[in-house]
Design a protein around this ligand. Structure first.
Ligand SMILES: [Zn+2]
Ligand SMILES: [Zn+2]
Length: 342
């Protein structure tokens, strides 16, 4: 089969023929159709993710069509349109049984990280890690249901957001634009913070009550002004990169007493000094969220199936142009996700 393969870190991906994967008894063979690109793909290509080895087929936000199933598979059939949940799970460990598959203790790996993902024409995926989508959901939209929607959905669940609360979303990029739609759907008021006007514009279009341009306005003062000096109930850090430490400080400063800060974005090796007195005297909670469980993806799929949340595709490109698409992601910030198509 054809694939765009990472042969060595820091080098362009190579378009080449690779062996087809064969599905195990509890696996389905999925024809890859669409793959969302995220900043983590850049970390993988740069060799920053310690568990990744080359050669590798990237693609951890993928959707496709089942073409074959193993002998013991009962939940999906050839022809089903599916989201591939990136973390392959054992289904039996303590974390899996508690519904926290993102933290599976015996995972064979994640698609596009430790095992081959959607940058190949065919992917072998455990039947536990497939979520079906309706016929009217495009494959491009479906590719965003896992990482781009499931991950913020998981974070919002961890923050226990309630109707009527005010949530600040730092970074209204790929994940942030979807986080804000989920928050709106739950009945929260959303304040979007970013440094790119076109993203803030999109955030307002998708229902943000207010937006703050962080280079023109102090987000802490802006949020305190907007909440009559009380502060926000919840803040989500989804910026990643060098902005993470200052955004964590701002997030803590703009919360009301008892508020929750959720950290999703990161860069390896960053150290953030936090004054414990600030946390103690304000009863603040810091929550970290990584990845998503199968339930998050299933619920995200139902939000998209029913049209309650819109998958924001910034641009599409053929798989063969993956290097150009990765360069575009590295150079700027697309409004929503860039999706590679097979
Ligand atoms: Zn991702
Ligand atoms: Zn497990």
């Amino acid at each position: 089969m054809k694939a765009m393969r990472l042969r060595e870190f820091g080098a362009p991906l190579v378009w080449e023929a690779v062996p087809e994967p064969r599905p195990g008894p509890r696996q389905a063979l999925v024809q890859s159709k669409a793959n969302g690109l995220c900043a983590t793909d850049l970390k993988i290509v740069d060799g920053l993710v310690p568990t990744v080895r080359t050669p590798l087929l990237l693609g951890h936000e993928s959707a496709g069509v089942v073409v074959e199933v193993g002998s013991d598979v009962e939940t999906v059939r050839p022809g089903d349109r599916v989201v591939m949940v990136c973390k392959q799970t054992c289904g039996a460990c303590r974390m899996c049984r508690a519904g926290h598959e993102a933290m599976c203790l015996h995972s064979p790996g994640r698609l596009g990280f430790e095992i081959d993902g959607g940058f190949g024409e065919l992917v072998a995926v455990s039947d536990r890690n497939l979520v079906k989508v309706g016929p009217h959901v495009s494959m491009e939209a479906a590719s965003l249901i896992g990482g781009t929607l499931g991950s913020p959905l998981h974070a919002i669940r961890m923050a226990r957001v309630e109707v009527g609360e005010t949530a600040v979303v730092f970074g209204v990029g790929g994940l942030g634009l979807h986080a804000l739609q989920i928050l709106r759907h739950l009945g929260a008021s959303v304040i979007g913070v970013d440094v790119k006007e076109e993203k803030l514009e999109k955030a307002r279009e998708l229902g943000a009550l207010h937006t703050v341009h962080a280079l023109r306005e102090d987000p802490v003062k802006a949020v305190l002004d907007l909440t009559n000096g009380v502060g926000a109930d919840v803040a989500l850090e989804i910026v990643g990169g060098a902005a993470v430490p200052p955004v964590i400080q701002q997030g803590l400063d703009l919360l009301r007493p008892g508020g929750r800060l959720v950290i999703l974005g990161y860069h390896y090796g960053q150290v953030v000094p936090v004054d414990p007195a600030k946390l103690v005297y304000k009863w603040l909670q810091i929550i970290a969220s990584h990845n998503h469980s199968v339930r998050d993806v299933a619920d995200a799929a139902s939000l998209v199936n029913d049209g309650r949340v819109q998958a924001v595709v910034a641009a599409t490109a053929p798989m063969r142009e993956a290097n150009e698409a990765l360069a575009r992601l590295r150079a700027g910030d697309p409004v929503g996700r860039i999706v590679l198509q097979w």
